[in-house]
Design a protein around this ligand. Structure first.
Ligand code: ZN
Length: 283
Protein backbone atom coordinates (compact mmCIF):
# COMPACT_ATOMS: atom_id res chain seq x y z
CA UNK A 1 0.00 0.00 0.00
CA UNK A 2 1.16 3.50 -0.83
CA UNK A 3 -0.27 5.15 2.27
CA UNK A 4 -1.54 3.76 5.52
CA UNK A 5 -5.30 3.91 5.35
CA UNK A 6 -7.13 4.63 8.60
CA UNK A 7 -10.52 3.03 9.05
CA UNK A 8 -13.15 3.39 11.76
CA UNK A 9 -15.25 0.27 12.27
CA UNK A 10 -18.47 1.28 13.95
CA UNK A 11 -21.53 -0.46 15.34
CA UNK A 12 -24.47 1.93 15.34
CA UNK A 13 -27.69 1.03 17.12
CA UNK A 14 -28.75 -1.46 19.67
CA UNK A 15 -27.64 -4.85 18.49
CA UNK A 16 -25.23 -6.61 20.82
CA UNK A 17 -23.17 -8.78 18.52
CA UNK A 18 -19.84 -7.70 17.15
CA UNK A 19 -18.16 -10.88 15.99
CA UNK A 20 -18.52 -9.82 12.34
CA UNK A 21 -17.19 -6.33 13.05
CA UNK A 22 -14.20 -7.81 14.87
CA UNK A 23 -13.47 -10.21 12.01
CA UNK A 24 -13.53 -7.35 9.49
CA UNK A 25 -11.36 -5.19 11.77
CA UNK A 26 -8.74 -7.92 11.96
CA UNK A 27 -8.87 -8.55 8.20
CA UNK A 28 -8.29 -4.86 7.47
CA UNK A 29 -5.37 -4.80 9.92
CA UNK A 30 -3.90 -7.88 8.25
CA UNK A 31 -4.19 -6.00 4.96
CA UNK A 32 -2.07 -3.20 6.43
CA UNK A 33 -4.69 -0.66 7.49
CA UNK A 34 -4.97 1.11 10.82
CA UNK A 35 -8.29 0.18 12.37
CA UNK A 36 -10.13 1.87 15.20
CA UNK A 37 -13.12 0.00 16.58
CA UNK A 38 -15.84 1.99 18.36
CA UNK A 39 -17.32 -0.84 20.35
CA UNK A 40 -21.01 -1.70 20.56
CA UNK A 41 -24.10 0.49 20.64
CA UNK A 42 -22.79 3.77 19.27
CA UNK A 43 -25.06 6.62 18.21
CA UNK A 44 -24.61 8.11 14.72
CA UNK A 45 -23.43 11.29 16.47
CA UNK A 46 -20.69 9.41 18.36
CA UNK A 47 -19.59 7.68 15.18
CA UNK A 48 -19.40 10.83 13.08
CA UNK A 49 -17.53 12.65 15.87
CA UNK A 50 -15.04 9.78 16.29
CA UNK A 51 -14.43 9.64 12.53
CA UNK A 52 -13.58 13.34 12.38
CA UNK A 53 -11.50 13.29 15.56
CA UNK A 54 -9.51 10.24 14.45
CA UNK A 55 -9.11 11.72 10.96
CA UNK A 56 -9.99 8.44 9.26
CA UNK A 57 -10.10 7.80 5.54
CA UNK A 58 -13.02 5.41 5.74
CA UNK A 59 -15.80 4.16 7.99
CA UNK A 60 -17.18 0.63 8.01
CA UNK A 61 -20.68 0.56 9.51
CA UNK A 62 -21.98 -2.76 10.74
CA UNK A 63 -25.61 -3.27 11.68
CA UNK A 64 -27.47 -6.44 12.56
CA UNK A 65 -30.52 -4.92 14.22
CA UNK A 66 -32.47 -4.08 11.05
CA UNK A 67 -32.31 -0.31 11.68
CA UNK A 68 -29.70 0.31 8.96
CA UNK A 69 -32.11 2.34 6.80
CA UNK A 70 -32.33 4.97 9.57
CA UNK A 71 -28.87 4.72 11.13
CA UNK A 72 -26.64 4.67 8.04
CA UNK A 73 -28.19 7.75 6.34
CA UNK A 74 -28.07 9.57 9.70
CA UNK A 75 -24.32 8.96 9.89
CA UNK A 76 -24.00 10.34 6.34
CA UNK A 77 -26.04 13.43 7.25
CA UNK A 78 -23.88 14.13 10.31
CA UNK A 79 -20.64 13.68 8.35
CA UNK A 80 -21.93 16.18 5.81
CA UNK A 81 -22.80 18.60 8.63
CA UNK A 82 -19.22 18.31 9.92
CA UNK A 83 -17.78 18.93 6.47
CA UNK A 84 -16.44 15.37 6.29
CA UNK A 85 -18.01 14.29 3.01
CA UNK A 86 -14.66 12.99 1.79
CA UNK A 87 -14.72 10.06 4.21
CA UNK A 88 -15.48 6.83 2.35
CA UNK A 89 -18.34 4.97 4.04
CA UNK A 90 -19.14 1.30 3.49
CA UNK A 91 -21.70 -0.86 5.26
CA UNK A 92 -22.25 -4.45 6.22
CA UNK A 93 -24.18 -6.74 8.50
CA UNK A 94 -27.58 -8.28 7.96
CA UNK A 95 -28.90 -6.12 5.15
CA UNK A 96 -31.49 -7.35 2.63
CA UNK A 97 -30.56 -6.92 -1.03
CA UNK A 98 -33.69 -4.76 -1.44
CA UNK A 99 -32.26 -2.07 0.85
CA UNK A 100 -28.88 -1.76 -0.84
CA UNK A 101 -29.84 0.65 -3.67
CA UNK A 102 -31.46 2.98 -1.10
CA UNK A 103 -28.38 2.97 1.14
CA UNK A 104 -26.04 3.53 -1.79
CA UNK A 105 -28.24 6.42 -2.95
CA UNK A 106 -27.60 7.97 0.49
CA UNK A 107 -23.86 8.00 -0.11
CA UNK A 108 -22.81 4.64 1.33
CA UNK A 109 -20.28 3.64 -1.33
CA UNK A 110 -20.81 -0.08 -1.03
CA UNK A 111 -22.82 -2.46 1.11
CA UNK A 112 -21.25 -5.86 1.71
CA UNK A 113 -23.58 -8.78 2.37
CA UNK A 114 -22.70 -11.69 4.67
CA UNK A 115 -20.28 -14.09 3.04
CA UNK A 116 -18.36 -11.40 1.15
CA UNK A 117 -14.68 -12.37 1.41
CA UNK A 118 -13.09 -9.84 3.80
CA UNK A 119 -10.27 -9.32 1.29
CA UNK A 120 -12.85 -7.84 -1.10
CA UNK A 121 -13.87 -5.31 1.54
CA UNK A 122 -10.23 -4.37 2.11
CA UNK A 123 -9.55 -4.00 -1.61
CA UNK A 124 -12.68 -1.94 -2.13
CA UNK A 125 -11.77 0.52 0.63
CA UNK A 126 -8.20 0.79 -0.63
CA UNK A 127 -9.37 1.45 -4.17
CA UNK A 128 -11.96 4.04 -3.11
CA UNK A 129 -9.43 5.92 -0.97
CA UNK A 130 -6.82 5.91 -3.75
CA UNK A 131 -9.40 7.14 -6.22
CA UNK A 132 -10.43 9.95 -3.86
CA UNK A 133 -6.79 10.94 -3.34
CA UNK A 134 -6.01 10.84 -7.05
CA UNK A 135 -3.54 7.98 -6.69
CA UNK A 136 -3.89 6.24 -10.03
CA UNK A 137 -0.65 4.53 -10.91
CA UNK A 138 -1.41 1.56 -8.67
CA UNK A 139 -2.83 -1.42 -10.58
CA UNK A 140 -6.04 -2.02 -8.72
CA UNK A 141 -7.58 -5.38 -8.29
CA UNK A 142 -11.25 -6.03 -7.69
CA UNK A 143 -12.31 -3.73 -10.51
CA UNK A 144 -15.85 -4.37 -11.74
CA UNK A 145 -16.45 -4.92 -15.47
CA UNK A 146 -16.92 -1.60 -17.24
CA UNK A 147 -19.58 -2.41 -19.79
CA UNK A 148 -21.29 -5.10 -21.83
CA UNK A 149 -18.78 -5.41 -24.63
CA UNK A 150 -21.06 -7.61 -26.72
CA UNK A 151 -23.74 -10.27 -26.62
CA UNK A 152 -22.93 -13.47 -28.52
CA UNK A 153 -25.78 -15.07 -30.48
CA UNK A 154 -25.45 -18.53 -32.03
CA UNK A 155 -26.92 -18.80 -35.53
CA UNK A 156 -26.97 -21.65 -38.03
CA UNK A 157 -26.09 -19.35 -40.90
CA UNK A 158 -24.85 -15.78 -41.01
CA UNK A 159 -26.26 -15.43 -44.51
CA UNK A 160 -29.72 -16.32 -43.24
CA UNK A 161 -29.61 -14.31 -40.03
CA UNK A 162 -27.95 -11.08 -41.19
CA UNK A 163 -30.87 -9.69 -43.22
CA UNK A 164 -32.97 -9.52 -40.02
CA UNK A 165 -30.34 -7.49 -38.17
CA UNK A 166 -29.23 -5.29 -41.05
CA UNK A 167 -32.36 -4.85 -43.17
CA UNK A 168 -35.21 -5.23 -40.69
CA UNK A 169 -33.64 -3.75 -37.54
CA UNK A 170 -31.51 -1.42 -39.63
CA UNK A 171 -28.30 -1.99 -37.65
CA UNK A 172 -24.82 -1.62 -39.11
CA UNK A 173 -22.70 -4.66 -39.96
CA UNK A 174 -19.23 -3.71 -38.77
CA UNK A 175 -17.09 -6.69 -39.76
CA UNK A 176 -17.11 -10.40 -40.46
CA UNK A 177 -14.13 -12.47 -39.48
CA UNK A 178 -13.10 -16.03 -38.66
CA UNK A 179 -11.86 -16.88 -35.16
CA UNK A 180 -9.83 -20.08 -35.46
CA UNK A 181 -9.48 -20.55 -31.67
CA UNK A 182 -13.27 -20.95 -31.39
CA UNK A 183 -13.84 -22.49 -34.84
CA UNK A 184 -16.41 -19.83 -35.66
CA UNK A 185 -17.12 -17.12 -38.16
CA UNK A 186 -18.47 -14.01 -36.44
CA UNK A 187 -20.35 -10.96 -37.62
CA UNK A 188 -20.17 -7.85 -35.45
CA UNK A 189 -23.23 -5.67 -35.49
CA UNK A 190 -22.86 -2.27 -33.91
CA UNK A 191 -25.56 -1.02 -31.58
CA UNK A 192 -24.56 2.12 -29.66
CA UNK A 193 -21.38 1.47 -27.73
CA UNK A 194 -21.95 -2.27 -27.68
CA UNK A 195 -22.12 -5.04 -30.27
CA UNK A 196 -24.11 -8.10 -31.16
CA UNK A 197 -21.76 -10.91 -32.13
CA UNK A 198 -23.44 -13.45 -34.42
CA UNK A 199 -21.62 -16.76 -34.31
CA UNK A 200 -21.69 -19.38 -37.05
CA UNK A 201 -19.84 -22.66 -36.49
CA UNK A 202 -17.07 -23.46 -38.98
CA UNK A 203 -16.90 -27.14 -38.07
CA UNK A 204 -19.04 -29.68 -36.21
CA UNK A 205 -16.48 -29.60 -33.35
CA UNK A 206 -16.98 -25.90 -32.76
CA UNK A 207 -18.46 -25.11 -29.32
CA UNK A 208 -21.13 -23.14 -31.20
CA UNK A 209 -22.14 -26.19 -33.27
CA UNK A 210 -22.44 -28.21 -30.09
CA UNK A 211 -24.46 -25.43 -28.45
CA UNK A 212 -26.93 -25.29 -31.35
CA UNK A 213 -27.24 -29.07 -31.41
CA UNK A 214 -28.05 -29.14 -27.69
CA UNK A 215 -30.09 -25.98 -27.23
CA UNK A 216 -30.87 -24.58 -30.64
CA UNK A 217 -30.04 -21.14 -31.96
CA UNK A 218 -30.17 -18.21 -29.58
CA UNK A 219 -28.31 -16.13 -27.03
CA UNK A 220 -24.98 -17.86 -26.43
CA UNK A 221 -22.88 -15.63 -24.17
CA UNK A 222 -22.52 -12.20 -22.61
CA UNK A 223 -19.12 -10.53 -22.90
CA UNK A 224 -18.03 -8.25 -20.06
CA UNK A 225 -15.56 -5.53 -21.01
CA UNK A 226 -12.62 -5.54 -18.59
CA UNK A 227 -9.10 -4.20 -18.27
CA UNK A 228 -6.06 -6.20 -17.08
CA UNK A 229 -7.76 -9.43 -18.06
CA UNK A 230 -5.21 -11.77 -16.48
CA UNK A 231 -5.69 -10.07 -13.08
CA UNK A 232 -9.47 -10.47 -13.52
CA UNK A 233 -9.06 -14.17 -14.35
CA UNK A 234 -6.88 -14.72 -11.27
CA UNK A 235 -9.41 -12.91 -9.08
CA UNK A 236 -12.28 -15.01 -10.40
CA UNK A 237 -10.32 -18.16 -9.61
CA UNK A 238 -9.45 -16.85 -6.14
CA UNK A 239 -13.19 -16.38 -5.61
CA UNK A 240 -13.86 -20.01 -6.51
CA UNK A 241 -15.12 -19.38 -10.05
CA UNK A 242 -14.30 -22.13 -12.52
CA UNK A 243 -12.74 -20.71 -15.69
CA UNK A 244 -12.87 -22.40 -19.09
CA UNK A 245 -9.69 -20.46 -19.93
CA UNK A 246 -7.08 -20.02 -17.19
CA UNK A 247 -5.25 -17.61 -19.45
CA UNK A 248 -6.63 -15.22 -22.05
CA UNK A 249 -6.93 -16.48 -25.65
CA UNK A 250 -7.22 -14.42 -28.84
CA UNK A 251 -10.83 -13.49 -29.63
CA UNK A 252 -12.45 -11.66 -32.51
CA UNK A 253 -11.49 -8.08 -33.29
CA UNK A 254 -8.03 -8.47 -31.75
CA UNK A 255 -9.47 -8.82 -28.25
CA UNK A 256 -8.11 -11.02 -25.47
CA UNK A 257 -10.86 -13.18 -24.05
CA UNK A 258 -11.51 -15.86 -21.42
CA UNK A 259 -14.73 -17.70 -20.72
CA UNK A 260 -16.13 -18.49 -17.29
CA UNK A 261 -17.70 -21.88 -16.73
CA UNK A 262 -21.53 -21.66 -16.56
CA UNK A 263 -21.55 -24.05 -13.59
CA UNK A 264 -20.01 -21.19 -11.57
CA UNK A 265 -22.21 -18.39 -12.92
CA UNK A 266 -25.80 -19.51 -12.50
CA UNK A 267 -25.81 -20.98 -16.01
CA UNK A 268 -24.87 -17.90 -18.00
CA UNK A 269 -21.83 -18.23 -20.23
CA UNK A 270 -19.80 -15.10 -19.51
CA UNK A 271 -16.81 -13.98 -21.50
CA UNK A 272 -14.24 -11.60 -20.08
CA UNK A 273 -13.09 -9.43 -22.96
CA UNK A 274 -10.24 -6.96 -23.09
CA UNK A 275 -10.08 -4.80 -26.17
CA UNK A 276 -6.85 -3.59 -27.54
CA UNK A 277 -7.21 -0.35 -29.50
CA UNK A 278 -10.39 -0.12 -31.54
CA UNK A 279 -10.06 0.17 -35.29
CA UNK A 280 -10.93 3.86 -35.27
CA UNK A 281 -8.30 4.62 -32.64
CA UNK A 282 -5.64 2.64 -34.47
CA UNK A 283 -6.11 4.66 -37.65
ZN1 ZN B 1 -17.80 -13.14 -27.61
Amino acid sequence: MKKTIRVLIAKPGLDGHDRGALVVSQALRDYGMEVIYTGLRQTPEQIAAAAVQEDVDAIGLSCLSGAHNELFPEVMRLLHEKGADDIIVVGGGVIPWEDIPFLESKGIQKVFTPGTPTIETAKFIEQAVYKRDGITEEVFSGVAPERIDHIGIAVKSLDEALPFYVNVLGLTLEAIEEVPSQKVKVAFIKIGETRLELLEALTAESPVAQFIEKRGQGVHHVALGVTNIQDRIDEMKANGIKMIHDAAVPGAGGASVAFMHPSSTHKVLFELCEKTKSKEEAK
